[in-house]
Every structure is written in structure tokens, then in C-alpha cells.
Design a protein around this ligand. Sequence first.
Ligand SMILES: Cc1cc2nc3c(=O)[nH]c(=O)nc-3n(C[C@H](O)[C@H](O)[C@H](O)COP(=O)(O)O)c2cc1C
Length: 210
Amino acid sequence: MTGPSGDFLSLMRRRYACKEYDRSRAVSGDDLSFLAECARLSPSSFGLEHWHLFLCDSAGILASLASACFDQPAVATAPLVAVLACRKDPAYDPDGTFVAERGSRFPGGLSVFVDDYRGYYEYLRGEGIVNQWARAQCYIACANMMTGAASRDLDSCAIEGFSDEKVLAALSLDPQSWQTGILASFGYASPNGASRTRIRLDPSEAHTRV
Ligand SMILES: Cc1cc2nc3c(=O)[nH]c(=O)nc-3n(C[C@H](O)[C@H](O)[C@H](O)COP(=O)(O)O)c2cc1C
């Protein structure tokens, strides 16, 4: 495949889950801004941008996050860890202040937004999955950050193995109002790290056209 889609696939092939970083190689400020922009431009359900991105690269916070992630090497050796934290319900109440702030940005204004959104929120609430829905949005930003990182020859690893309570404590976030969506570590692979392996289904097994 050639052209932009071929370039995109080569980034997808470049990315892999890095389990050990060279901590002496910091992520540059320019790369940090780039990763933040990859998250910011990511889409979200109803455009609510449920998450707040924390880019953690200071020693104290990195140590707390390593402990919150059970000292996994993919966190403990990383020079940069991104935390995508998101609000908990009732922040998503159609009549609340968060939805008013985010929803009023859209064409037609807040009342048009809320008329459209209310039914979906009520459906999520009825199913008991509002907080799960909010967390799912964080994964989209995380995936875009990781593919974006590959475009700058940065290695990365998504991290789902964390204690929500400890991550929130590390960031001084109130657990009544916030939850951890997902983390991702970034940096440059350690030369001692295990070699990359890619285990994937064969294309013939991986999708069905119906
Ligand atoms: C949502 C998600 C959560 C993950 N959590 C962890 C984790 O906590 N620790 C870890 O070492 N790897 C984690 N990984 C990395 C996966 O193990 C890895 O992506 C998968 O084995 C496929 O390998 P590849 O990314 O190199 O192709 C996670 C990946 C994803 C997508």
C-alpha cells in the first residue's frame, strides 16, 4: 500500500507494547506537546471530551504511579507516563454544569445539544454504565497518542494494570468526582528490553465482511 494510508499502516506496524524504557532518554518538550495534541484532537461521545490528560514526567509523581501500577517495568522505567482521568457521574447529568459548559459550544447552543443528548444519557444511566462509557472515551485518546508517538519514533505501552485509588491519590484527584480511564507510558526502549513480537490473527480470521 502506498500514499498516506501506507504511511499510516507503517506507523501501526512500528508501534508495539514497550515493556522497558531507557529512563536516561527523556521525552522532549516538543514531543510532549505533540502527544497532548494527539489526545486533544481525539473524538469523544457527544464531543464531551470526558478526560483530563496528565503528562507526568517528574521523579516524585513517576514513583507514585509506578507503585500505583504494581511496579510494572513498563511504568517503573518510563520517563513519561500519561494518565487519562475522567469525571464520574453525576458530572454527565444533562442539567449539570459540566454538560452546560461543554454542550454550549456546539452549533444551536445548549438547549439543542441537551435535547439530543438527554435520551442517550438516560439510556446509559438505566443500564448503569455511565462511568464505563466515560472511561471508554479515554481509550480513544490513548490509542491516538500511541500511534502518534510511533510517528516520532517514541515507544509506548497502554497500561490498564493500575489501582484506581492510588493513581487518583498520586494526582490529588477526588475519587468521588474522578476515575482513572487508562494510562500510557512513553519513552525510548531500553537496549536491554525484550525484542518486539507481534502476535495477531491472520487477516482471514480477523474480520468478516457481511
Ligand atoms: C487497553 C490495554 C491495556 C494494557 N495494559 C497493559 C499493562 O497494564 N501492562 C503491560 O505491560 N502491557 C499492557 N498492555 C499491552 C498489551 O499487553 C499489548 O498491547 C498486547 O500484548 C499486544 O502487543 P503489541 O501492542 O506489542 O502489539 C495493554 C494494552 C492495551 C491495549
